[in-house]
Design a protein around this ligand. Structure first.
Ligand code: SAH
Length: 512
C-alpha cells in the first residue's frame, strides 16, 4: 500500500507479444506492483507474475466496446498513485512508440506524480525480426523509417509527408497500417516507390498466433486480403525483405504452432511447462487451479522453523515445502550454517533439486516421489546412519499432506515433529484471463501434472471444450482422470515435465 510521498507510476514496455520478451527490469516491477493498468496488446500471461493481491485494471478494447478514453486512463493512473506505492502501466512493445506513453507521462508529471519509463522491445523491430527480416543490413540499407498507417485516413490533416518517406532510403515499417494498407501502398507508389520493392506483413509477431506473408509493394494489399492477415500486424518494406529466405533458420521452430494448450499447475509451478511448450510455439493458457497459501497456523510454522537447527534430520515432502521453509528460515537466520549438521531427506528428485539451490545435498531420497518409497529408502539405507530409532526428525510438509511419513517413522521409534509450511487452496481468481479465453476460444489440449490438478480443475466446474485432448503426467494422474470419466489421450512415460512435453509433441502432431 501507499508510502506517502513515494508513490511512483512506471510506464513499462511489455515487448512485442512473447511474454519472455519483457525486460528484466519490467518483469521485476511487475512482480512488485501493487496495481497494474494494462491493455489488449500486452500478453496477459505476463500478469501471472503479479503478486496475488495486486490490483489489475484492464483499459483496452473489449469485443464490441471501445477502450477507455485517454483522458480517463490518465486520470485513472493519477488516482492509482494516490492509492498505491507502485503502479505499473504496462504497454505493448515500447511505451513511447505510438503508445501514447509520453502523454500519460506528461499527465502524471503535471499532477505531481513521480513517473519513470521502462523501455520495451518495439514490434517495429521485433515484428520483422520474428519472420526473419532484419530492419538494417550492411550493404543493403543503413536507415529505417517507422511510421503509422493510421494517419492516412484523414489525408488532409495528416502530419505524414508520404513523398519524403517514399523518397527516403532504406527500410520502411508501418505500424497500425492494416486498415488503410491499400491506400498507403498506393500513395507510396504514386510518390515514386518502385512497385517491385519487396514488402511483407507480420501479424501477432513473436506470439504463437504469428503469421506472415511476403509480396511486393504492388501486390501486398491483395496478398494480405487473400491470406486473412489482419491487425495487429507490422508491415515492412524494402530490400531487406529479400533476406527472409536466407534468414528463415533464425526463426524459432514451432512444432506446436497453432495449438492451444492449457496448463493447470499452480502459478508458481506453471512456468517450466509453459515455457517449454511456448518454445515449440504453442499458445499456452495458464489456468492455475491451486494456489500456495500460508499454513493456517503461522505461529506454529514460525516456531518450528526457529527450532529447526536442533533436529538430527530434516525431511522435505515437496519442492514448495523447501521454498517456504527457507523463506521463513532466512527471515530468522542470516547464515545457512545456522541449520547445523542435520541430515536431509527428500521425497523425490524434484524436492532434492530445490534443496540443491541452497547448496544442500540429500542423504535419503527415493527415485519415485511417493511417501511409501521414502520410508522404504529409510529402511534400506538405515545401517549407513544407525537407524531412525530415538532420532529427532522435523517433517516439513503441506497442510494437506499424507501422514504416512509421520506414522511410519513413529512406528520405527523416531521422534518426529511436524512443520506445516504451506497450504494449497483452490485458485478462484482468473489472474491471466485464461479461464475466459478457454471458454470463448476452446483448446486443443489440457495437461494435468498431478491428481490434485485434476481434482481442482473439476472442482472449479470448468468444462473440457469439445474435441479437446487430455495429457496426463503418469498412471496415478490418469487413474484420477478416469474417476471423473475422462480417458487421457496421452500419458507421459516418465513422471517429469521434459517427458510430458515430448509426449505432447508426439501426441498433438500425430493426432492432427
Ligand atoms: N508501442 C507498440 C506499438 C503500439 S501501436 C510497439 O512499440 O510495438 C499498435 C501497433 O503495433 C499495431 O497496430 C501493430 O502495427 C503493431 N504491433 C504491436 N504488436 C504487434 C505484434 N505482435 N505483431 C505485429 N505488429 C504488432
Amino acid at each position: 500500500m501507499k508510502t506517502p510521498g513515494k508513490a511512483r507510476v512506471y510506464l513499462v514496455g511489455a515487448g512485442p507479444g512473447d511474454p519472455e520478451l519483457i525486460t528484466v527490469k519490467g518483469l521485476r516491477l511487475l512482480q512488485q506492483a501493487d496495481c497494474v493498468v494494462y491493455d489488449a496488446l500486452a500478453d496477459s500471461a505476463l500478469l501471472s507474475h503479479c503478486r496475488p493481491n495486486c490490483e489489475k485494471v484492464y483499459v483496452g478494447k473489449r469485443a464490441g466496446n471501445h477502450a477507455l478514453p485517454q483522458e480517463e486512463i490518465n486520470r485513472l493512473l493519477i488516482d492509482c498513485a494516490t492509492k498505491y506505492a507502485c503502479t505499473v502501466r504496462l504497454k505493448g512493445g515500447d511505451p513511447y512508440v505510438f503508445g501514447r506513453g509520453s502523454e500519460e507521462a506528461m499527465a502524471l508529471l503535471s499532477a505531481g506524480v513521480a513517473c519513470e519509463v521502462v523501455p520495451g522491445i518495439t514490434s517495429a523491430i521485433a515484428g520483422p525480426a520474428a519472420m526473419g527480416v532484419p530492419v538494417t543490413h550492411r550493404g543493403i540499407c543503413s536507415q529505417f523509417t517507422v511510421f503509422t498507417g493510421h494517419e492516412m485516413a484523414g489525408k488532409e490533416e495528416s502530419s505524414l509527408d508520404i513523398k519524403s518517406i517514399a523518397a527516403s532510403e532504406g527500410t520502411k515499417v508501418i505500424l497500425m497500417g492494416m486498415s488503410h494498407l491499400r491506400h498507403t501502398l498506393q500513395q507510396l507508389m504514386e510518390a515514386g516507390m518502385m512497385p517491385s520493392t519487396p514488402a511483407a506483413a507480420v501479424q501477432w509477431a513473436t506470439t504463437p498466433r504469428q503469421r506472415w506473408v511476403t509480396a511486393t509493394v504492388a501486390t501486398l494489399a491483395d496478398v494480405v486480403e487473400q491470406s486473412g492477415v489482419t491487425s495487429p500486424a507490422a508491415v515492412v518494406i524494402g530490400d531487406v525483405v529479400g533476406l527472409q529466405t536466407e534468414l528463415a533458420p533464425t526463426v524459432a521452430p514451432r512444432r506446436l504452432a497453432g495449438k492451444r494448450v492449457v496448463v493447470t499447475r499452480t502459478r508458481e509451478q506453471a512456468s517450466a511447462l509453459s515455457s517449454a511448450l511456448r518454445e515449440y510455439g504453442a499458445d499456452v493458457l495458464e489456468l492455475p487451479t491451486i494456489r500456495i497459501a500460508p499454513p493456517s497456523d503461522r505461529a506454529d510454522f514460525a516456531a518450528a522453523v526457529v527450532d529447526s537447527p536442533h533436529y538430527d534430520w530434516l525431511i522435505f515432502s515437496s519442492p514448495n515445502g523447501v521454498k517456504k521453509f527457507f523463506e521463513a528460515f532466512f527471515s530468522v537466520y542470516e547464515d545457512i550454517r545456522e541449520l547445523g549438521g542435520a541430515r536431509i531427506a527428500a521425497v523425490g528428485p524434484g524436492t532434492a533439486a530445490e534443496l540443491k539451490k541452497y547448496g544442500l545435498m540429500v542423504d535419503v531420497m527415493p527415485q519415485k516421489a511417493v511417501a511409501e518409497e521414502l520410508i522404504a529408502e529409510f529402511d534400506r539405507k538405515g545401517d549407513e546412519f544407525g537407524g531412525v530409532a530415538n532420532v529427532t526428525m522435523l517433517w516439513i510438509h503441506s497442510e494437506k499432506g499424507r501422514d504416512i511419513v509421520y506414522k511410519e517413522l513413529m512406528k520405527r521409534q523416531a521422534i518426529v515433529d511436524e512443520c506445516i509450511a504451506y497450504n494449497t487452496v483452490p485458485e478462484t481468481e482468473d489472474p491471466t484471463g485464461a479461464r475466459g479465453r478457454l471458454a470463448a476460444e476452446g483448446a486443443d489440449l489440457v495437461t494435468f501434472t498431478s491428481s490434485s490438478t485434476v481434482h481442482n480443475f473439476m472442482a472449479l466446474g470448468i468444462k473440457l471444450p469439445a474435441g479437446c485432448k487430455v495429457a496426463s503426467i503418469g498412471p496415478v494422474t490418469s487413474a484420477t482422470l478416469r474417476e471423473y470419466g475422462i480417458e487421457p489421450d496421452m500419458e507421459s512415460e516418465k513422471h517429469n515435465i521434459g517427458h510430458l512435453v515430448q509426449t505432447i509433441l508426439a501426441g498433438l502432431s500425430d493426432g492432427k
